[in-house]
Design a protein around this ligand. Structure first.
Ligand SMILES: [Zn+2]
Length: 956
């Protein structure tokens, strides 16, 4: 079996025969999409899992009679490809080596590799090169993609489509312009989104709004920042880090003091701010400042103050902030520190926490109570301090009331207060806003990510109530699988706000209302599925970009306007316009979008939002499904730095497409992360080989006409599994499907082989295999095509419909009695193991008659879990009652474990007959003589232990 050769052969046959290029208008359609890959490097086996699961869906749906379209395109928008190109142009060693390695995966000729790398100084060449290798990779794992609709997001025809979309958004008032805080890379000098930030899609970076309060020191102001400005009434002192650099800066005719790090950020937030001088923090220690609530407090040394969080100056509220409380205690207890900074010991020691928030049931200040409870003692207990802070914040937020120290705000609940305090402080010109990231973050370029307030920034404003309501309706009603992701979606929808949609640089589409901007890379990938439905027609009929006017898209997508006047205006022939409209209305909506859950917070929520806004309800998406990535290798996370990544190109070369497909679909459930394990892969390969060999051997046999008992059993098992697999396929239980119809059935086929002659085996399998390969084709299409051809079929198995489930072939009776034999074999094996000797003779005892009566009653009873009722019913049988004590014991054990109750009534005569029929086989299997005895005629202990369907076993 040369898997590689077989796979290449069928991939080229599929291509030549256009097997996966559906026409429009025939039958029930299924428009299936998976996000297009970003073409900045090679894909690896982890990405491949999503596409294999997707291919299962596409192929299974074809089997179910759907006319399936699965197109694919390439994403090149934004800055990543641009950055690669620039770095290679600048002869960045690391990048050049990295891309040299990438290209060497595909090219063996060193000169050619160098030539390709050289071409990468043009961004489009990077995009084109990886688009071409990725599409080869996809073909080489046998994906049933229709490539006619292929495009990339930098093409002029796509630009026209995006422009139309943005005009629609503008008309619907979804686009706004204004000053707004955004996550921003200081190196790229650009707003950055989750795609640009390191780990940004898994660990989101959001914006924190600090209130930066001004504390007067002579003619200058120290800027102390807090997320909880209402606590200003509990202030006891300021904290400044004595070892860090601080800056004096001029802003709106005032002198502000903040940390050097804060100043670097303030330049992006406070327009016109100007540096005056810099100095070390300790110069501020011991000074006194006026607070906005009319008090005067000392500036104290706080080595724990992070100069890189907000303004780098913190005002201390020890009654309500555990860190402040522990910091104050630390200082008060350190004579040495007090001396070092020339502080007055008496003053420092007299500082007491000021409680300003009352919580029912609290006898101490909340921060002190929380520190006691959690055992926080030192500044070094960082995690505990954080826990305490969270606890205090939560209790105060839900239960806290501001007390009489809070002036006009006393008596108000914390929940109600926040914005009022901020507004008052700002109105009195006593505070500014300072934005900070919710965590420290880095751009993919290595630059620091901060919050910048951009002027005249373009946004998509997702806050409209009506818009969110429509999206909510769609998300609650559409099919989402696995179901657990629905809640995640609804949460994302809740916090969705404004999002910058244009950048200064990048590939893609110019922002139509202001051409010096480019549309941001996630914002151009929201409704592109609709573009698939017409991309091939645009090319086929040579429609030029300038002919793709907004009116044309209005007609094609929304059915607006007259086709004749449109044809006149655009010079696109009427029949072409009509074809485009027909293709769109035939394929739309998108019946299923399959992807990874990491995209819910960006791509997918925009996919929902933009569809809801632009298209009529009938064209809204129908279903979304997800699988987790394959992330590990031999239990270790795959990563570039570890060098343990398996590129997708290695699959057809070093393994095999079908092997990979079978492995990734069967190893774990799709909502669980998977791992690549060489040993397991090898074991799957052996199974695949044995499957192929048995099919090949049977292909030459003549189908058996008259089936015996055991033949009927394997046929019945096949149809039972076929029936289950159909349900599993429809539910997208991909792993269950593969395990059921491949692995488990293969085991049964192996068992069956031991039960019959080679001739019978092959001739019965010959009748099963043509249907078996149809069911297996969504998983291992290449091998199935090869076997199908060997069987003499002229039709592609990829296009054959799922076999009819012949109910008459499913025989529960035969399956049940054969199950007795299968269990018997494993029971005998267990006993043999136990007695630790080769059996010479095996004696089987068929259970006493009264036990069959007992089991019959139990099987029929509706009270299987109710001991009292059950025993009353069963004891009505005379022969059972005669064995009262033992019968009671049996019933007790059956009620305890109802799985031991047979599914159907077992007839003693039939059990006996089945076992006697199998005697020869069992003797051969165990190399021992076998005797079958009716327990009624025996006094052996083992005879008494026998149960219906479970003979007693004696080994001698
Ligand atoms: Zn950057």
């Amino acid at each position: 079996m040369n898997l590689q050769k077989i796979e290449q052969k069928w991939q080229s046959k599929w291509r030549q025969n256009k097997v996966f290029q559906p026409g429009t208008g025939k039958g029930k359609k299924f428009f299936f999409t998976v996000p297009y890959p970003y073409t900045s490097g090679p894909l690896h086996v982890g990405h491949g899992r999503t596409y294999c699961v997707a291919d299962f869906v596409a192929r299974f749906k074809r089997k179910m009679g759907y006319n399936v379209l699965w197109p694919m395109a390439f994403h090149i928008s934004g800055t990543p490809i641009l950055a690669i190109s620039e770095r290679i142009k600048n002869k960045d060693k690391k990048y050049t080596k990295l891309f040299h390695d990438y290209v060497s995966l595909y090219e063996s000729n060193k000169k050619k590799v160098d030539k390709i790398i050289k071409s990468f100084t043009k961004p489009q060449n990077v995009a084109d090169y990886f688009a071409s290798v990725i599409s080869n990779d996809f073909n080489s794992i046998g994906l049933s993609i229709d490539w006619r609709m292929k495009f990339n997001t930098g093409e002029p025809i796509y630009n026209k489509f995006i422009e139309w979309q943005y005009e629609k958004l503008m008309k619907k008032k979804a686009i706004t312009k204004g000053d707004h805080p955004v996550t921003y890379c200081v190196n790229c000098e650009n707003a950055v989104g989750e795609d640009d930030i390191k780990d940004g899609d898994t660990d989101k970076v959001k914006i924190n709004e600090f209130t930066a309060i001004k504390f007067k020191l002579d003619d200058e102001y120290l800027i102390g920042s807090s997320l909880r400005p209402e606590t200003i009434y509990g202030i006891t002192n300021l904290w400044v880090n004595p070892d860090e650099t601080y800056i004096k800066a001029e802003y709106k005719d005032e002198t502000l003091i903040m940390s050097a790090e804060a100043y670097d950020k303030a330049e992006y937030q406070l327009k016109g701010i100007k540096k005056i001088s810099e100095f070390v923090g300790k110069e501020l220690i011991g000074k006194h400042v006026d607070t906005p609530i009319g008090t005067n407090v000392a500036v104290l040394p706080g080595e724990f103050v992070d100069p890189d969080t907000a303004s780098g100056i913190v005002y201390s509220v020890p009654a309500h902030a555990p860190l402040d409380y522990i910091g104050l205690k630390d200082l008060q207890g350190s004579e040495q520190k007090i001396k070092k900074y020339g502080l007055k010991a008496k003053e420092v020691k007299s500082i007491k926490p000021v409680t300003i928030i009352d919580i029912e049931g609290y006898d101490k200040a909340p921060a002190i109570k929380a520190c006691k409870e959690l055992g926080v003692k030192r500044l070094a207990d960082k995690d505990l301090i954080e826990q305490a802070t969270k606890k205090v914040y939560k209790d105060e937020y839900y239960k806290g009331v501001l007390n009489d120290k809070c002036g006009e705000f006393s008596g108000l609940r914390i929940k109600e207060i926040k914005d009022q305090v901020i507004n008052k402080l700002k109105k009195d010109d006593k505070a500014l806003t300072f934005y900070e990231t919710t965590r420290k973050a880095e751009c993919r370029c290595g630059g620091k990510v901060i919050i910048a307030v951009l002027n005249n920034q373009w946004f998509i404003d997702y806050t409209s109530k009506k818009w969110k309501k429509d999206a909510h309706g769609l998300l609650t009603s559409m099919r989402i699988y696995p179901e657990k992701y629905r809640k995640q979606f609804l949460d994302v929808l809740d916090w969705l706000e404004k999002r910058p949609c244009a950048r200064r640089r990048g590939l893609g589409t110019h922002f139509p209302f202001d051409k010096q901007w480019m549309i941001e890379s996630l914002s151009d990938s929201t409704i592109y599925m609709s573009f698939y439905t017409i991309a091939h027609l645009i090319r086929k009929h040579k429609v030029k970009p300038k002919q793709l006017t907004p009116e044309l898209f209005d007609y094609v997508y929304l059915g607006k306007g007259g086709v004749k006047s449109l044809a006149k205006k655009t010079k696109v022939p009427v029949n072409v316009l009509k074809k485009m409209r027909e293709s769109f209305t035939y394929w739309y909506p998108n019946d299923q979008r399959h992807t990874a859950p990491g995209h819910i917070g960006n791509h997918l929520i925009f996919f929902i939002m933009h569809h809801v806004l632009i298209f009529p309800k009938k064209h809204w998406p129908k279903a979304m499904t997800f699988n987790e990535f394959l992330t590990g290798r031999e239990g270790v996370k795959m990563s570039k730095s570890r060098g343990n990544v398996i590129p997708l190109i290695d699959i057809p070369r070093k393994y095999s497409a079908d092997l990979y497909r079978l492995y990734v679909t069967s190893s774990t459930e799709i909502d669980t992360q998977a791992d690549w394990r060489e040993k397991e892969v090898a074991s799957v390969k052996n199974k695949l080989k044995s499957f192929y060999n048995l099919c090949m051997a049977a292909s030459k046999a003549k189908p058996k006409k008259k089936l015996d008992y055991i033949d009927k059993w394997i046929v019945s098992r096949f149809y039972s599994r076929l029936k289950d697999a159909k349900k599993q396929g429809e539910e997208m239980e991909v792993r269950a499907y593969a395990v059921n119809i491949f692995f488990k059935f293969l085991n049964e086929v192996n068992y069956y082989r031991n039960r019959v002659s080679v001739k019978d085996y092959n001739s019965v399998l010959r009748t099963i295999i043509p249907k078996w390969i149809i069911a297996l084709e969504p998983i291992i299409p290449h091998l199935c095509e090869e076997i199908n051809e060997e069987l003499g079929s002229k039709e592609f198995v990829s296009l054959k419909k799922y076999p009819k489930i012949k109910k008459s072939m499913i025989k529960p009776g035969i399956e049940n009695y054969e199950k007795i034999i299968i269990n018997l074999i494993s029971d005998i094996n267990e006993v043999v193991e136990l007695v630790k000797k080769e059996p010479r003779k095996i004696t089987l005892f068929i259970s006493h008659d009264w036990k069959y009566e007992l089991i019959k009653k139990v099987v029929k009873s509706k009270n299987k879990r109710d001991f009292k009722k059950l025993i009353k019913e069963v004891m009505k049988v005379k022969t059972v009652k005669e064995h009262g004590k033992e019968a009671t014991r049996i019933i007790k054990s059956l009620v305890k474990d109802v799985s031991r109750i047979p599914k159907t009534i077992i007839e003693k005569s039939r059990e006996l007959e089945t076992i006697v029929q199998t005697k020869d086989y069992l003797e051969k299997e165990f190399g021992a003589k076998m005797e079958v005895i009716d327990a009624e005629n025996s006094k052996e202990k083992k005879a008494g232990q026998a149960m219906p369907g479970k003979p007693g076993i004696l080994i001698t």
